[in-house]
Each structure stands twice: as structure tokens, then as C-alpha cells.
Write a protein that binds this ligand. Structure first.
Ligand SMILES: [Zn+2]
Ligand SMILES: [Zn+2]
Length: 171
């Protein structure tokens, strides 16, 4: 199974690191490509000044392989103030907007940004493969609503989640 990382980030090394970790964790073949969104403004809500994640993803489908968009756009899904990521089907998105230490800590921290981005990319890929949220402390599939929660989890799924991925992929 192949996963295409569609990169909108200025710093491509984040996408490369995420793709490597996804390949290592899930055994997927990964490639990084520059993202070309035809009409991202269709997803923009000018009152919220955020992008609707579901509408952004519509522009990526349909494709045969799994897709993960990495973006700096601030994203939301209706009912939530924001999300770090969203992956309802075969295509998902991770936004670094609220993961970036420039905003959360008030100063740049490339290493911390990389760790957070990798964790959320692995998390959304878990959803693409059919995993749901997990309650095991430290599991990358736990739901994160704050960067504190992102920072306190690992960049890999727990054993139970990994065994489910193996099962889901065999179906
Ligand atoms: Zn999730
Ligand atoms: Zn788990």
C-alpha cells in the first residue's frame, strides 16, 4: 500500500521526516510530492479565518492511494474550534499552524516542531488505515486537543493499535 505525502510546507524536511516515520511504523511505501490545491479558497471561512478541513480534502480526491496533506493553513471541522489533523477516509490532513512553537512557546524550535509534526502525521495515517482513537497512555492514537497532549505522547502506536493495523491491512 502506498501513501503520498502532499506537501504545502515551506520546509520540506518536515514532510520528508514524516514520510520516513510513516514508512517505518506502518510499513507503507511513502513518497513526498508538492501539493497542488486547485481552489483552497473554497475551504476558507473568512469569519473564522480558518479552512474547513473536509472541504480542503475534497480537492484531493479521488485517488487510488492514501493521501496525507501537510499544510500551514489553520484548519477546523464544524463543531470544533480547530483541529491538528483530520482523516475521515483515504485522504487526511495535518496542519502545523497550531503545532508551531513560534505560536505555542513564543520562539522557534525546529526540533520540537518536527517531533509534533511527525506525531500528528503518524496519528492521521493511523486513521487512514482504519484505526480509531486509543486511550492507552503514550499511544500516538490518543486524541490530542493541546500541544501538551501532543508532547506527552510517543510517535508510535501501542501494541494493541499495531495489531489492529496488521488486521485491517490484511482485509
Ligand atoms: Zn485522531
Ligand atoms: Zn493505541
Amino acid at each position: 500500500m502506498r501513501l503520498k505525502v502532499l506537501n504545502e510546507l515551506k520546509d520540506e524536511s518536515l514532510a520528508t521526516a514524516a514520510a520516513q516515520k510513516i514508512a517505518e511504523v506502518f510499513g507503507l511505501e511513502t513518497v513526498v510530492e508538492a501539493a497542488k490545491l486547485t481552489q483552497p479558497e473554497q475551504a476558507y471561512d473568512s469569519l473564522r479565518r480558518q479552512y474547513n478541513a473536509a472541504i480542503l480534502l475534497i480537492q484531493l480526491e479521488p485517488r487510488p492511494e492514501l493521501l496525507l496533506l501537510l499544510t500551514e493553513r489553520d484548519i477546523y471541522v464544524p463543531g470544533l474550534n480547530f483541529v491538528f489533523g483530520y482523516a475521515p477516509g483515504k485522504a487526511g490532513v495535518v496542519s502545523i499552524y497550531r503545532l508551531d512553537p513560534i505560536r505555542t512557546e513564543g520562539h522557534a524550535d525546529p526540533k520540537l516542531l518536527l517531533q509534533r509534526t511527525v506525531k500528528e502525521a503518524v496519528h492521521e495515517t493511523g486513521h487512514l488505515l482504519g484505526l480509531r482513537h486509543c486511550t492507552m497512555p503514550g499511544c500516538v492514537m490518543t486524541f490530542s486537543n493541546s500541544v501538551l497532549e501532543v508532547d506527552s505522547k510517543n510517535d508510535t502506536p501501542c501494541e494493541r493499535c499495531m495489531s489492529k493495523v496488521t488486521f485491517l491491512r490484511l482485509r
